[in-house]
Design a protein around this ligand. Structure first.
Ligand SMILES: [Mg+2]
Length: 149
């Protein structure tokens, strides 16, 4: 499959926090009144680990002229910090969007029309597959779908 546009999730796909802490407390954080700069500083301190395989393939795709958009359900307020964090770790992309919900994420995916979607969220992958997109969990062999030419 020739890939022109890729949408990649952030937490649990491109970044891994120790013991999946973001996944565990993510919903609580989103509802809390803690300012996002403090939350994101906390996330930096707990040292989110970059998924090197995913990042390397995304970088190759980006450098070979493909559109790579990072799309997260983190709240909008987290966008600037998420972008900074990914850039600091050497990830290159066309855009980072933090959209706050799965519904909004699906809406953006429809507007982009990607050839490949990587996401660890079962709901996102299920909906995207139902709509005919090539959606993969990061743990699946999605790299084999990517053809560089
Ligand atoms: Mg995720």
């Amino acid at each position: 499959m020739i890939i022109e546009k890729v949408v990649c999730d952030c937490d649990g796909t491109l970044l891994h926090a120790p013991n999946g802490i973001v996944k565990k407390i993510g919903k609580w954080i989103a509802k809390s009144k803690i300012p996002w700069p403090i939350i994101m500083t906390g996330l930096l301190i707990i040292n989110q680990r970059l998924d090197r395989k995913t990042a390397a393939i995304l970088n190759l795709l980006h450098f070979s002229g493909r559109q790579v958009d990072v799309l997260s359900t983190r709240p909008e307020q987290a966008e600037r910090y998420t972008e900074k964090c990914l850039k600091r770790q050497g990830v290159v992309f066309n855009s980072v969007k933090c959209v706050g919900s799965v519904e909004k994420k699906i809406e953006i995916i429809r507007s982009i029309g990607p050839d490949l979607i990587i996401d660890d969220d079962e709901e996102v992958v299920k909906i995207c597959r139902q709509e005919g997109y090539n959606a993969f969990f990061p743990s699946e062999n999605w790299v084999e779908e990517v053809i560089f030419c």
